[in-house]
Design a protein around this ligand. Sequence first.
Ligand SMILES: Nc1ncnc2c1ncn2[C@@H]1O[C@H](COP(=O)(O)OP(=O)(O)O)[C@@H](O)[C@H]1O
Ligand SMILES: [Mg+2]
Length: 391
Amino acid sequence: MFLSMEHLNKTYSGGKVAVDDFNLEIEKGEFVCFIGTSGSGKTTTMRMINRMLQQTSGTIKLNGKDISDMDPVQLRRKIGYVIQNIGLMPHMTIRQNITIVPKLLKWSQAKMDQRAEEMIKLVELPTEFLDRYPSELSGGQQQRIGVVRALAADQDLILMDEPYGALDPITRESLQDLIKDLQTRLGKTVVFVTHDMDEALTLATKIVVMDGGKIMQVATPDEILRHPANEFVENLIGKDRLIQARPSITTVGQVMLKNVASITPDKLLREALKMMHDRRVDSLLVTDQGGNLKGYLDIEDIDYNFKTATSVGDVMHNDVFYVKSDSLIRDTVERILKRGFKNVPVVDAQHKLVGIVTRAALVDIVYDALWGEPDKTDEREDATAQGGDAK
Ligand SMILES: Nc1ncnc2c1ncn2[C@@H]1O[C@H](COP(=O)(O)OP(=O)(O)O)[C@@H](O)[C@H]1O
Ligand SMILES: [Mg+2]
């Protein structure tokens, strides 16, 4: 195990228990996000990892070695630490800014120069910028330099404590993309504190939810969304995200109806009308002979054109909205509901019509997401009963 924390406890001198029996294992290359309310012990835990704080009890091991047995200077060579919103130093050049930590670690100038060049190339800025001052760069360029500065000392583990907490959402998103990309490419392990669930869901391979110094849940973003451990985690995620997330296991193909009324363009309107009548529907999907979705036909289209047109192909609509059978409900439910269609045709990868999803089926899915699976029949009966008993 790359980093492990066992039964960590931190009680501050006034008696405040900030971290309470914290247990966590982190593998190399993971991106771990700590999330929780203010005061839940995130910063305290981070600071024990690089020995800025001494734990009251428990053990922290890096590469299997107890960090209490290590020289703190040696330890910090391996662990980087980035705190909230520290901008670049205005009186230092970009090169000096990038190599702040390497300099503290007493790298040679040649090695630092080489590293500074590598770093600035990573963020696709010209090497000439190395000898400029921060004020000569745009705000966005400065932010990107800030990101590579965290990686410059080539430490194996990087601790980041709400680094983007005070940035506007758009800047924050672009820096999230950047740090995630660099972290993966350079194979770094990151422990990242945030209070923003979107940030955690975007970045993390593993999310650690904390409350009152205790771990509430450790899980992947997907697991957290699908199975929040308790009400605290659920509230942190928020209902909006749960609606999106619970159906994530489901594809459109799993909820569609397969028995679809469809007709080919060469058929007469008379035949289309009979099919609608027989199947008790007011619209038909149109496919070619090979079953490929071509359009649709409404009862009104027949009504208006019955005398002038003869075939389905003469009056059908070609602009049909459809979804793919392998797309996730999560990604399509909103689009479908927003458009207000009663149902939407589903096609396979070859554009063959394979079914329809009905609005009613989607309402069921959203209902399950909101109310959870247990007791759903009871709740529904309750709802109906209440409606019926209202008077
Ligand atoms: N130096 C300190 N002395 C006493 N209590 C502290 C100290 N630092 C933090 N605390 C308390 O410990 C708890 C956890 O703090 P912290 O780790 O900073 O939480 P977070 O980073 O999750 O907001 C809080 O209740 C905080 O008030
Ligand atoms: Mg903090």
